[in-house]
Design a protein around this ligand. Structure first.
Ligand code: 4NP
Length: 158
């Protein structure tokens, strides 16, 4: 079985990308797919911090523990370490493209592109909203994560 390394990326690495990492870990474990996962932020503001308590709670409600993750900033080197770099929104994608080295190993895409039902394919930033936004983020990320793993399967990549 082929394995893949996947980096999920948002702005702060405390809300969306840690949740995306936890959800992908959970789906991969259930499906017997080997994915090596990590997450990072384009900004450095929250480096070293645990995920936002609202993200931890939203994921805990579905049996996924993301509490031990620690935020870090994405680096140029990540483009040569990971097979896939998955941006949560267009701004993340734009900022990642600015530091992507030529001929990088990683395939850089917007994560939401794997869900055909989602307009613009962005995973909305829940940081300035309430808990409802975090539950919506969890639902959205789960749909996209399933679509992503299905994509890997259907291309016989795992
Ligand atoms: P994330 O959410 O990019 O999904 O981790 C945010 C976290 C922090 C901030 C903005 C978005 N902030 O402005 O500090």
């Amino acid at each position: 079985m082929k394995s893949y390394s996947v980096l999920t990326v948002c702005l702060g690495n405390i809300c969306r990308s840690p949740a995306a990492q936890g959800i992908l870990e959970s789906i991969a474990a259930k499906q017997g797919v080997f994915l090596e996962l990590d997450s990072a932020g384009t900004a450095a503001d929250h480096v070293g911090n645990s995920p936002d308590a609202r993200s931890i709670k939203a994921l805990h409600q579905v049996g996924i523990d993301i509490s031990r993750q620690k935020a870090r900033q994405v680096t140029k080197d990540d483009f040569n370490q990971f097979d896939w770099i998955l941006a949560m929104d267009r701004e993340n994608l734009f900022n990642l493209k600015k530091i992507q080295p030529e001929n990088s190993k990683a395939t850089l895409v917007m994560f939401g592109e794997f869900d055909y039902q989602v307009t613009f394919g962005e995973v909305a930033d829940p940081y300035y909203g309430g808990e409802k936004g975090f539950a919506e983020m969890r639902t959205h990320l789960t749909e996209v994560a399933e679509a992503f793993v299905y994509h890997l399967h259907s291309n016989r990549e795992v």
